[in-house]
Design a protein. Structure first.
Lengths: 69, 145
């Protein structure tokens, strides 16, 4: 059974009314990094995941979860 | 209109990704044309200079990565995704070099190969997939989700 990192980043970002570019600016990365994390292409480092959670005001496990196929 | 640093970094990333693919496609063509005896009677100095140009281009695209930019723009242009993409591309380049080295060794039993041509062959097989993969991974990441 394959496991991957799922996320609710897009929903949390939309709930705060932020664009990808605005979230990128606040977390100190580029929009493409936010885009790839949201689409499950890129698994962020713990540091970046914590920064995203901090900016979005959510606990880490509310943003990221283990997705099993 | 003034661009923000993030916009400049994204523009740089896009330009770098496209250039990496272009360079990756041009490199094997240039190397094929210069295999064996010089086609246009060029001297060793010209060949050496051409190699320096290629080496500088590889350093910019695969190692250095941010061109002439410094500070926050350079950090943004080399953020986590780019570092990951670069590592994946370099990994592919490594396997390309290993396969090319085996092929050159095997071919040397049937056809005499000069050390210079073997080096070119190996570097071409390492650099071409690395550059193209880096460019394509970056372009995919930049594409709107």
């Amino acid at each position: 059974m394959a496991e991957r990192l799922g996320n609710r980043l897009k929903e949390a970002r939309a709930a705060m009314g932020l664009t990808q570019a605005e979230l990128a600016e606040r977390t100190g990365v580029t929009r493409k990094t936010i885009n790839t994390v949201e689409n499950g292409i890129f698994v962020p480092s713990t540091l970046l995941a914590l920064r995203m959670a901090q900016v979005l005001g959510r606990p880490m496990d509310a943003l990221f979860f283990i997705d099993t196929d | 209109m003034a661009r923000t640093e993030a916009e400049k970094a994204e523009r740089l990333s896009r330009l770098r990704a496209g250039s990496a693919v272009g360079l990756g496609l041009a490199f094997p063509i240039a190397q094929t044309l210069s295999l064996g005896d010089p086609v246009w009677g060029s001297s060793n100095v010209i060949h050496l200079l051409a190699w320096f140009v290629w080496a500088a281009a590889f350093a910019v695209f695969l190692v250095w990565g941010a061109g002439l930019f410094r500070g926050r723009i350079a950090r943004l242009a080399n953020d986590e995704t780019t570092v990951e993409n670069r590592n994946r591309a370099l990994g592919m380049g490594f396997w390309g070099a290993v396969i090319a080295a085996f092929l050159a060794y095997w071919a040397s039993f049937y056809e005499p190969i000069t050390a210079r041509d073997a080096c070119r062959f190996i570097i071409t097989f390492a650099a071409t997939p690395a550059l193209i993969r880096f460019g394509l991974l970056e372009l995919r990441a930049i594409r709107d989700g």
